[in-house]
Design a protein around this ligand. Structure first.
Ligand code: ATP
Ligand code: MG
Length: 564
């Protein structure tokens, strides 16, 4: 490829609306252009990178035995009604009408479409196991599209779906996909980690996410120093708290005229924040519930939603709080409620003695509170909180927290979709059996941004070789139009091409400074400069993108570096 005939358009200025470095550099390198919120055009340069990522994903999926197909992005409402997700998916689902007023959605994921395919195509256990995948555009009407292609509305996803007769086959394929993902992210040169993820109703370790580690990541990941335990904060658990100590204080009402937060109350009373309990008032179909976490902790909404009877919970309104507790927010607690309420306590709160709660009366809290003496033992004790750095882990180690970008997700779905949609095959005994299913996603376009978050410097992007738009840039410095320089450049280009190396010839005739700045900005791993002076000396100037200095190499030495 000759750069003079390519479309490359870079800018020096950092776009004001790009918050994170990958978004800034993708815009500066001219990889993407915004069409509308969350919608991006991939320029010829950007597309080269996207296609390289796609190629690695496709190769490893094929190697793992998955079979590629392609499903429509526009899908009929009736299909999504079969699983109830036409409603349940919520406002992320983009709904469209055709000229006959028939309703469709733009696929945000494709469990329904693939299950429809499976129920038509799969008839016998002999066709199993099978894993179908596609690399296809998805649309999710994200509430807050941001960071460019990192959280876009339209994006490219690899989604795979496997079908099995029983759970054993499902677990085997899940492990197979886990291994394939590990190969994909390793090959792409990313620093990543597989972590336990929230698996909704299924439970166990039936779901794992793959995260590229980066400070700008939207997800928090907890990992233990004691083992290879790592989990998304959504689901991470700390060790059980130590047993409750005996009560030593008398219960007493304390004046807290303006102190509404646990921090303010602890400061006023001169006690540790960890001896206060925060009350979270929620409503469920079955009534009012007061959830308690320690003052120094935060409630984990996913864990709370998993407590029996709380699947449908929402925050209580001020009116509902007043009706059940008789107080305004800021002074809430489990004692002296106006009505009988259900109390759900975090394990750490259940382990407290001599603690502080709101008095259900404006301006007052209650200190020296003890379970079983001043109020009944909590009806439900569960893990309700987010872990924090420094927590003791279940394996005895310590929990640390890092940030990650979710680039992949593997999931054991079980029979949920197949059951709802009547996807069965005949088993060995000729009996119709509901298919068991797994699903496995990779954010192909997100990987491009995630790789930049991990690999950049002040000059620009530093691509891991497998996803670089070109591996080698051959830059010519030839102000006098010397034919020998052009010839030497073309010759090197041909040699590299013959060796299967993706090279680009920068023959744009720019001044060296400008040319080098571009090549660095767009992150080409290897740069070779060909000039009259070098030719006269019989050398090529070579510089690896990560190296601080260039070196002059003879032809053989150069080729040994580039062709491996
Ligand atoms: P997130 O938690 O980031 O919203 P998700 O868990 O909803 O993602 P999945 O349904 O697991 O996403 O989709 C599979 C993969 O698709 C994700 O692991 C992620 O890499 C990618 N992905 C999801 N949403 C987006 C988006 N808005 N923009 C780009 N990639 C996305
Ligand atoms: Mg996910």
């Amino acid at each position: 490829m000759r750069l003079s005939r390519f479309h490359l358009r870079t800018t020096k200025e950092t776009p004001a609306d790009a918050e994170i470095v990958s978004h800034q550099l993708m815009l500066r390198a001219g990889m993407v252009r915004k069409l509308a919120s969350g919608l991006y055009t991939w320029s010829p340069l950007g597309l080269r990178v996207l296609r390289k990522v796609e190629a690695v994903v496709r190769e490893e999926m094929n190697r793992a035995g998955a079979i590629e197909l392609l499903m429509p992005t526009i899908q009929p409402r009736e299909l999504w009604e079969e699983t109830g997700r036409w409603q349940k998916f919520g406002p992320q689902l983009l709904k469209i009408r055709d000229r006959k007023e028939a309703e469709f959605c733009y696929s945000p994921t494709a469990e329904e479409a693939i299950t429809d395919f499976a129920r038509q195509e799969l008839a016998s256990y002999k066709q199993l196991p099978v894993n179908f995948y596609q690399i296809q555009t998805k649309f999710r009407d994200e509430i807050r599209p941001r960071f460019g292609v990192m959280r876009a509305r339209e994006f490219l996803m690899k989604d795979a779906y496997s079908f099995h007769l029983g759970d054993e086959g499902l677990v085997a394929e899940y492990n197979n996909m886990h291994a394939a993902y590990t190969r994909i992210f390793t090959r792409l040169g990313l620093d990543f980690r597989a972590v336990l993820a929230d698996s909704g109703a299924i439970g166990g370790d039936a779901s794992q996410e793959f995260h590229v580690l980066a400070d700008s990541g939207e997800d928090a990941i907890a990992f233990s120093t004691g083992s290879d335990y790592a989990a998304n904060l959504e689901t991470a658990q700390a060790a059980l708290p130590a047993a409750r100590i005996a009560a030593s204080e008398a219960m007493r009402k304390v004046d807290t005229p303006t102190q509404k937060t646990c921090e303010e109350v602890a400061a006023l009373l001169g006690i540790e924040l960890a001896r206060t309990a925060k009350s979270i008032a929620v409503m469920t179909g079955a009534g009012f519930v007061l959830a308690l976490v320690r003052g120094d902790h935060t409630v984990n909404e996913i864990k709370l939603g998993k407590v029996e009877g709380l699947a449908d919970y929402r925050m209580a309104t001020e009116a509902e709080i007043l009706e059940h507790l008789g107080s305004e927010p800021g002074f809430l607690g489990p004692i002296n409620a106006k009505k009988t309420i259900r109390v759900v306590a975090d394990r750490e709160v259940a382990a407290l003695a001599d603690f502080v709660v709101g008095a259900n009366e404006a301006g007052f809290h209650i200190a020296g509170v003890n379970w079983g003496r001043d109020l009944p033992e909590p009806e439900t004790v569960a893990d309700l909180r987010n872990v924090v750095a420094g927590d003791r882990a279940q394996d005895g180690g310590e929990l640390r927290i890092v940030r990650g970008i979710e680039v992949g997700h593997v999931f054991q779905l079980g029979r949920k979709y197949a059951e709802a949609m009547g996807a069965t095959v005949l088993d060995e005994n000729g009996k119709a059996t509901v298919l068991s299913m797994g699903c496995y996603g990779i954010g192909v376009s997100r990987i491009v941004a995630a790789a930049i978050e991990q690999n950049h410097d002040a000059a620009g992007i530093i691509w891991p070789e497998p996803m670089a738009p070109w591996t080698v840039a051959i830059c010519t410095i030839n102000p006098k139009g010397d034919a020998a320089v052009n010839e030497a450049a073309q010759q090197l280009f041909d040699t590299l091409q013959a060796a299967g190396i993706d090279a680009v010839l920068d023959d744009r005739g720019l001044r060296p400074g400008q040319m080098f700045a571009d090549i660095e900005l767009i992150g080409i791993p290897h740069r070779v400069v060909i000039s009259e002076r070098g030719l006269a000396a019989g050398t090529f100037e070579y510089r690896a993108r990560r190296a601080s200095e260039a070196e002059n190499l003879g032809r053989e030495e150069l080729l040994a570096k580039l062709i491996r």
